[in-house]
Design a protein around this ligand. Structure first.
Ligand code: ADP
Ligand code: MG
Length: 357
């Protein structure tokens, strides 16, 4: 359906300096595929999507869509825009139009659908994204997750052959990420062709037919989710998909800044979408620091989260220790009941208690 050959994009800055953002990108996309594009920020993922739908015309290479070269002189861009929907991080709804008016705007003007018919279909699309009851409100009355679902319905109203999503959940409060991802999951089940730039690794693994890992302006690795996430060929891919988020505190005196730790833990949970684990993380941290390990100083407390495996751990490390600092007997029963596992293990530099939650 889409064939990208030797795609290049060089931006020229106002001061005349140049930056090459896409360096020879090649790929073939079949109808019905769901492709997640992952990779560090600044590596050209957005630029690639914007090149594919000509919001940002490439400076070299070819893009073929349904057998036609869209970079050829005279190729009608309105035809391309009808084939390709785009959903942005920041929704881009018309704030002065109601939800329903947002959805029928383009079908009535560009597809020349009679208004009555467009309204009827818009209501069906709103039901599909779970927002039929919001048809007559203005976007300002919606949450971020609801706005993004409206943006998806609006895109579907044009009957696109493919939808390009550029980090559709990155601007959302973590509590709303799930509702948007489940709408996209449903579209994947319906067989819609999609290209999705995302940082949600588990979503990418579960929903995609293929995953592109972009790095430094090239399509570094391209494979099934199994290949990219379990058996990546390149070390850069492996490092990216297995990266672990960390928060580390060195606690060396009795009057350390516990409130500061608590606030940082809370922020970490929001940032990495750990809302469901937040309470148990705070409770375990508090009980360990205030009760079981209160006399052990210095102590290093580390919170880690691996996005792909979903493993979250609280590590308490005591340098130089040779035995577990934990009390024996029933004192730890509360924590053991809350945690998935409590491991006590010697390390090269001391002793570590690892609480998996
Ligand atoms: P990603 O989406 O992977 O984070 P982008 O495609 O947004 O990356 O950007 C890749 C690089 O291109 C960045 O260094 C960015 O600063 C640069 N870039 C993007 N758009 C422009 C532009 N319009 N003018 C100049 N540089 C740009
Ligand atoms: Mg981007």
């Amino acid at each position: 359906m889409i064939s990208i050959r030797h795609l290049h994009k060089t931006f020229t800055n106002p001061d005349g300096s140049r930056i090459t953002v896409l360096k020879d990108v090649n790929c073939e996309i079949e109808r019905g595929e769901v492709i997640s594009i992952i990779g560090p920020s600044g590596t050209g993922k957005s630029t690639l999507l914007r090149a594919i739908n000509m919001l940002e015309p490439p400076t070299g290479g070819e893009i073929w869509v349904d057998g036609e070269n869209i970079l050829a002189k005279g190729y009608p861009l309105d035809k391309l825009r009808q084939k390709m929907g785009m959903v942005f991080q920041s929704f881009n709804l018309f704030e002065h139009l109601t939800v329903l008016e947002n959805i029928i705007y383009a079908p009535v003007r560009l597809r020349h659908i009679p208004e009555e018919e467009a309204r009827k279909e818009a209501m069906e699309l709103l039901s599909k994204v779970g927002l039929a009851q919001k048809a007559d409100v203005y976007p300002s009355a919606l949450s971020g997750g609801q706005k993004q679902r409206v943006a998806i319905a609006r895109s579907l109203a044009m009957h696109p052959e493919v939808i390009l999503f550029d980090e559709p959940t990155s601007a959302l409060d973590p509590t709303m990420v799930g509702e948007v991802l489940s709408v996209i999951r449903q579209l994947a089940k319906d067989g819609l062709t999609m290209l999705i730039v995302t940082h949600e690794m588990r979503f990418a693994r579960d929903v995609s037919t293929r995953v592109f890992f972009m790095n430094e302006g090239i399509l570094y690795e391209d494979g099934t989710p199994g290949q990219i996430f379990e058996h990546p060929v390149h070390s850069a891919t492996k490092a990216f998909v297995n990266r672990i988020q960390k928060l580390v505190f060195d606690i060396d005196s009795k009057d350390y800044d516990y409130l500061g730790i608590q606030t940082a833990v809370k922020r970490f949970c929001i940032k990495y979408n750990l809302g469901a684990k937040e309470d148990v993380i705070s409770e375990v941290a508090e009980e360990m620091l205030f009760t079981h390990l209160k006399d052990i100083r210095p102590l290093t407390f580390r919170l880690t989260h691996a996005a792909l495996s979903g493993e979250t751990a609280l590590d308490f490390m005591v340098e130089g220790a040779t035995a577990s600092p934990l009390p024996q007997g029933p004192a730890m029963d509360g924590i053991r009941a809350k945690a998935q596992q409590v491991l006590e293990e010697p390390t090269t530099r001391g002793f570590r208690v690892k609480v998996l939650v």
